[in-house]
Design a binder for this molecule. Structure first.
Ligand code: ISL
Ligand code: CA
Length: 562
């Protein structure tokens, strides 16, 4: 029998932006619990909750100071128990964010580790300065590794004269997974959550936990930012060993728990090894190859270039094919780190927003794998539209602006790139209704609501049978109803076409055709290059007409005659 997550649809909640129950301008757990019927009506099976743990919030909770407590900003453990009960009562599951590549520098493990004589010194990567360099002087970092957020990956600690490694912000020191005490402390914490009722984990940057020992320079001159070399920083030699151990020690497979590994810079073959059921590691990985197609190859996301549709199709197809026999895919176009898909890959103008959001959803949700919806995506929420640096909150965005302008980029250009790529595009408050703060909060929110909430919101979308929201509801229902959507074979059609995305899914005698016009001009249906539509039934479409022409951003799903 297929594992339960083969029919599941996941909804990601970024709690600080979802719903504020106590009018302090910040979303919280009771806010989530208040909206569970909305998620159940949509057809959601699993909620992935971004971090709510105690945290100084340097990286909005991805810097954890206490793994077994809720930050007062979000509520209490009792509130979390209530959320779990509310989800379970509606047949939904809860997946917690597990951030164990690093902790916060406020975590007591790290506080103890600061003392060189502490038994926890080795729980993190403390290293002396590069030989021949004065500790703390330019270029003295132990290796040339960079931080994912820009700048150096090492922070100098005056008190002990050594550096600690942080692949993200200085407030996010990397845990040393080579140390078995670290691993057992993490597994114990995971068991604690499972015993509390959670149904699985989304594992933050999990393929960074094994680094190649000893830590050495990457293949660029010291002082240059190292490219994240596979095997050195990413996908290190003990990854499979650590994941198998975690699975066994926490009982992930035994208890049929959900485990999705967020993995940067992983390829299809590696992903298959991580998610092969026989390996007992992860149920699926969450990867980014398709999210990097609108940046210059080998460069940072700020080196923007337009998406070329055939490349997106080629990448998605490689993952569909590569994880067909063994392994399992995650399907997503949005999370809390990337821009809104309708602004990025669709057309968020009033004329095309609804159709393009629906058609992007269609081509994604009918692939094979587990679809993820990021809060507000089901409304066709758009990028933030910020125009000044003060409007941004995100640590990565602010760091980029600072470093880029220091390096001579003019402010206009930096702001233009932020408007395209900042993580805050995804983090503006959820738009519930047309009221002044979008029904998110009775106070001024921590990040501004998008002015377009007056027409893009849950209340309006619920009332409109042609809304993006109702289209998502239908896509989810198709997955629940049709085995061909869950398990069918994927075949891409028209690979070189620059605006049409078309494919079939086949299982036994059942066959679906998905065809979408991902462009702003009307397109003829190339009937000669598609399977015959004679006797086909239209299961779902974005437009009323059943003509041999696709309108701008129109998509259709047909059940084909055998
Ligand atoms: O956000 C990114 C680039 O804009 C990614 O490189 C991101 O840092 C990477 O996908 C890892 O993300 C995860 O870990 C980070 C955290 O900031 C992200 O929010 C989280 O999703 C560090 O914990
Ligand atoms: Ca609140």
């Amino acid at each position: 029998m297929a594992p339960w997550w083969h029919s599941a649809v996941v909804y990601q909640i970024y709690p600080r932006s979802f719903a504020d129950s106590n009018a302090d301008g910040i979303g919280d757990l009771r806010g989530v619990t208040a909206h569970l019927d909305y998620l159940a009506d949509l057809g959601i099976d699993v909620v992935w909750l971004s971090p709510v743990y105690r945290s100084p919030m340097e990286d909005n909770g991805y810097d954890i100071a206490d793994y077994t407590d809720v930050d007062p900003m979000f509520g209490s453990l009792a509130d979390l128990d209530e959320l779990i009960a509310g989800l379970h009562a509606r047949g939904m599951k809860l997946v917690m964010d597990l951030v164990v590549n690093h902790t916060s520098d406020q975590h007591r493990w790290f506080q103890e580790s600061r003392d060189p004589s502490s038994p926890k010194r080795d729980w993190y990567f403390w290293r002396p300065a590069r030989p021949g360099f004065e500790p703390g002087s330019p270029g003295a970092e132990p290796t040339n590794w960079a931080s994912f957020f820009g700048g150096r990956g090492w922070e100098y600690d005056d008190a002990s004269g050594e550096y600690y490694l942080h692949l993200f912000a200085p407030g996010q020191p990397d845990l040393n997974w080579e140390n078995p005490e670290v691993r057992s402390a993490v597994y114990e914490m995971m068991r604690w959550w499972v015993d509390r009722g959670v149904d699985g984990f989304r594992m933050d940057v999990i393929n960074l936990i094994s680094k190649t020992m000893p830590l050495t320079d990457g293949a660029v001159a010291p002082g240059d930012d190292v490219s994240y070399e596979v095997g050195l920083v990413v996908n290190g030699p003990r990854m499979h060993e650590f994941l198998k151990e975690m699975n066994r020690e926490v009982g992930l497979t035994d208890r049929s728990l959900f485990s999705v590994g967020e993995m940067v810079m992983v390829d299809v073959d590696q992903a298959r090894d991580y998610t092969d059921a026989a390996a007992n590691e992860l149920t699926m990985v969450f990867t980014f190859e398709h999210m990097m197609l609108d940046q210059e190859p080998g460069q940072l996301k700020w080196n923007h270039r337009p998406l070329h549709l055939p490349e997106l199709k080629r990448t998605l197809t490689a993952w569909q094919d590569g994880l067909a026999e063994r392994g399992w895919n995650s399907l997503f176009l949005e999370n809390h780190d990337v821009p809104r898909s309708v602004s990025r890959f669709g057309d968020d103008s009033p004329q095309h927003r609804v159709a393009s959001a629906k058609s992007l959803a269609t081509v994604l949700h009918l692939l094979r794998g587990t679809p993820y919806i990021y809060q507000g995506q089901e409304l066709g929420m758009t990028n933030a539209g910020f125009t000044s640096i003060e409007q941004y909150d995100d640590i990565e965005s602010r760091q980029f602006y600072l470093l880029a302008t220091q390096a001579g980029m003019d402010a206009e250009q930096a702001l233009g790139l932020l408007a395209l790529k900042s993580r805050d595009n995804a983090r503006t408050p959820m738009q519930w209704d047309a009221s002044p703060q979008a029904g998110f909060s009775a106070a001024t929110p921590w990040l501004a609501v998008n002015p377009n909430h007056t027409w893009i919101n849950v209340e309006a979308a619920t009332a409109d049978p042609d809304s993006v929201l109702h289209h998502y509801r239908r896509l989810i229902a198709l997955r629940h109803e049709l085995e061909v959507v869950r398990e069918g074979r994927f075949d891409l059609l028209l690979p070189a076409d620059e605006t049409l995305f078309a494919y079939t899914r086949s299982l036994g005698a059942d066959r679906l055709l998905v065809v979408a016009n991902l462009g702003g001009d009307e397109r003829g249906l190339p009937l000669g290059e598609l399977p015959s539509l004679v006797g086909a039934t239209l299961l779902l479409g974005t437009h009323d007409a059943d003509r041999p022409v696709l309108a701008a951003w129109e998509s259709r799903v047909y059940a084909l005659q055998r």
